[in-house]
Design a protein around this ligand. Structure first.
Ligand code: AMP
Ligand code: ZN
Length: 671
């Protein structure tokens, strides 16, 4: 396509999309399906990316676009979700205490709580049942994320018996434990996916995902700390916390009742160091006036309550020497720099290393080898360098020069346009890449070959038994040599052989993930496998074919196309096919059980009581029915659960499409 042709196409698409937006939002009479709309939007985005000069700030990809693809409904909060006044020093707290005394006298108590570093959420319950979960949003209105919230185990869907009001709201913080964060982030790094800077970002990114199944895979937790009802049965905040606990709500045990500000200060001092022992991040302490009546008397400013304030801890920081910069090479060839530090005590642990993320970070910090640097421990377990003490830089020091060659194999590093990381392109000859790829392939989430461990792979590689994934299926040729290895007895061999044999039954999506294609994590592999069904179809898919798949963006599409152009990769796939691995999805999962829904089409929307959406879809397909992508006159039934989007409902009603419940659907199949 020439530039002029591209320009014309961009203009046509932009004009069409604007018209469709108008039809959809203003006239409520869309003339194309949602899917076709998204197709056009993606085509426009791809062109704008290819020709940045054609990007108009008013393009539908830039503005309403976000709103359109966004499926969350906006909900107005019954009580605004305010922020808290905050302070970093004791004097401010004493002043706060004085202001309160002036307003209500000295007869009051404080409740002190930890300030959890996550995202705030408001939950609504009706007759003891969770009906809605909404993010803070702009404080007045938030995103309705009920389906995602329902995947959090700590949040009860049904309350235990208790004297709760028929309707109430409860608010708190959703967060991710540090260990889970480290594990999931490492997985993302290994898969070449974008990582999150801290557990809070990970948690808030997760709650806003469109795919609840993906949310369910990322362990989130929650603590609740505000109770709201039109007729509040409690006299104090403390009493409300104690009681909601008995209804089944998670309330943090590290909460205290203080009779004056001095006691509050002691609590703050204790947690200044104790906080590092917690499994989750806190960034301070919150104090709240206990009595609801006194809270009411004190009232609010425009932004925050006058009866509460937060005290934020300063990040733990220390000064030490940057001795050198080292590099790690991952299985995809991505190079990560690591700072080697002179050991220093920081927040109770000795710190020797700090993350440097990438070359940009080193340049931003303007690091010299031998510099005295400030290290901080924030949310992350691994500390980071936040700056240089320039007063201590001596004239003999030289700037850190980023490695130009791979520290493991010597190959010149490359950097792709628009990416921060450098890569070692020698995937056929770079030891950590060779070993890493095979380790990834046998891993729990891929082929799950127990009987083979990371160390064994390393050992086999060194001895020349393994170089490619496909060599695993040739290991039997070396059995006699294997028998002579130390700590590798008959039993280990039997286990290994059995594990390798079993891997041939692993479904296509696992094999695809196991290949270790950059940016193709578990979820992406599953989506691709289900969509294309065979490796051949995937291999021959064009860029446009690829980006049509849900959640497949430009980066993943490019990476896939590149992967399939490498002859060695194709050779590997051929060998693995010969070995008997699964390179197509088995249709039996969806084997037809009846023809009861033959010729009928369905859309499923909302949350259901008995089955997940996926299960319902499967049931429909197993009984001959079809699932459609969007509501149109062709649709036969809309299966509606709770919290279905009002736009969908309205559209279905307009078109006179029968709306059925989960039970009715099951009835159609069983009846
Ligand atoms: P800030 O974002 O600094 O204005 O602080 C206010 C936010 O702190 C609230 O929106 C909550 O998300 C969060 N927070 C964390 N822990 C608590 C707690 N125990 N009580 C009240 N708010 C909390
Ligand atoms: Zn290398």
């Amino acid at each position: 396509m020439t530039f002029t042709e591209a320009k014309e196409r961009v203009e046509t698409l932009a004009a069409e999309l604007k018209q469709h937006n108008y039809n959809y939002y203003v006239l409520a009479q869309p003339t194309i399906s949602d899917q076709d709309f998204d197709y056009k939007l993606k085509e426009l985005a791809a062109l704008e990316k290819q020709y940045p000069g054609l990007l108009d700030p008013n393009s539908p990809t830039q503005k309403v676009g976000g709103e359109i693809t966004k499926e969350f409904q906006t909900v107005k909060h019954q009580w605004p979700m305010l922020s808290l006044g905050n302070t970093y020093n004791e004097q401010d707290l004493l002043d706060f205490d004085q202001r309160i005394q002036k307003a209500i006298g000295s007869n009051f108590e404080y409740v002190v709580e930890l300030k959890f570093d996550g995202l705030s959420i408001s939950l609504s319950y009706e007759d003891g049942k969770l009906v809605r979960g909404v993010t803070r949003g702009d404080g007045t209105k938030g995103d309705e994320v009920t389906n995602n919230i329902k995947t959090i185990h700590a949040i009860p869907h049904h309350l235990k018996p208790g004297n709760y009001p028929a309707e109430f709201e409860i608010r708190g913080e959703v967060f991710m434990h540090k260990k889970a964060f480290e594990r999931l982030n490492q997985e993302r790094l290994d898969n070449g996916e974008v990582t999150y800077a801290n557990p809070r970002n990970f948690a808030s990114g997760t709650v806003k995902l469109q795919d609840s199944a993906e949310v369910a895979k990322r362990p989130l937790d929650c603590f609740l700390y505000f109770f709201y009802a039109h007729k509040n049965q409690f006299k104090t905040h403390w009493e409300s916390l104690q009681t909601v606990k008995t209804w089944g709500f998670p309330v943090c045990e590290h909460t205290a009742l203080c009779s004056n500000i001095q006691e509050v200060l002691i609590f703050i001092k204790t947690w200044e160091t104790e906080r590092f022992k917690l499994s989750y991040d806190i960034d301070g302490i919150v104090l709240k006036v206990n009595s609801f009546e006194q809270q009411e008397e004190l009232g609010f400013t425009a932004k925050s309550p006058r009866w509460a304030i937060s005290y934020k801890y300063k990040a733990a920081s220390a000064e030490t020497i940057l001795e050198s910069v080292g590099y790690q090479v991952g299985r995809t060839g991505a190079v990560t720099p690591v700072a080697h530090l002179k050991p220093v005590l920081l927040a109770g642990t000795t710190v020797k290393r700090a993350t440097l993320h990438n070359a940009n970070e080193i340049a931003r910090l303007d690091l010299y080898e031998g510099d005295t640097v400030f290290v901080e421990k924030g949310g992350e377990i691994i500390p980071k360098i936040t700056g240089v003490n320039l007063d201590k830089r001596t004239p003999d020091l030289k700037p850190v020069e980023y490695a130009s060659n791979c520290p493991r194999c010597g190959t010149e590093l490359v950097r792709k346009e628009g990416e921060a990381a450098y890569y070692c392109p020698n995937d056929e000859g770079c030891p950590p890449q060779i070993v890493g790829k095979i380790q990834h392939f046998i891993g729990r989430k891929a082929m799950n070959i127990d009987g083979l461990g990371d160390e064994t792979i390393e050992n086999f590689y060194k001895r020349g038994f393994l170089h490619h994934i496909s060599d695993l299926y040739e290991l039997h040729q070396h059995i006699d040599e294997l028998r002579t290895l130390e700590r590798f007895g008959e039993k280990s061999i039997t286990n290994m052989v059995r594990g390798i044999e079993r891997s041939k039954e692993m479904p296509f999506e696992k094999v695809l993930f196991g290949l270790g294609i950059r940016f193709v994590g578990e979820t992406v592999a599953r989506k691709l496998a289900r969509y294309f069904k065979t490796i051949e179809a995937l291999q021959h898919a064009s860029f446009t074919d690829l980006i049509l798949v849900d959640e497949i963006g430009d980066r993943i599409a490019e990476s896939l196309i590149e992967y399939f152009t490498v002859p060695q990769h194709l050779e590997q796939i051929e060998k693995l096919k010969k070995a008997g691995l699964q390179f197509a999805i088995k249709e039996e999962v969806n084997e037809l059980q009846s023809e009861k829904l033959a010729g009928k089409s369905f859309i499923i929307s909302g949350v259901f009581e008995k089955f997940s959406r996926e299960e319902l879809k499967q049931k429909i397909e197993q009984n001959g029915g079809k699932i459609l992508g969007s509501i149109s006159a062709k649709l036969d039934y809309l299966v509606a659960g709770e919290n279905m989007g009002p736009a969908k409902l309205e559209k279905a009603q307009k078109l006179n499409i029968p709306i059925i419940s989960e039970q009715e659907l099951v009835g159609m199949i069983e009846g």
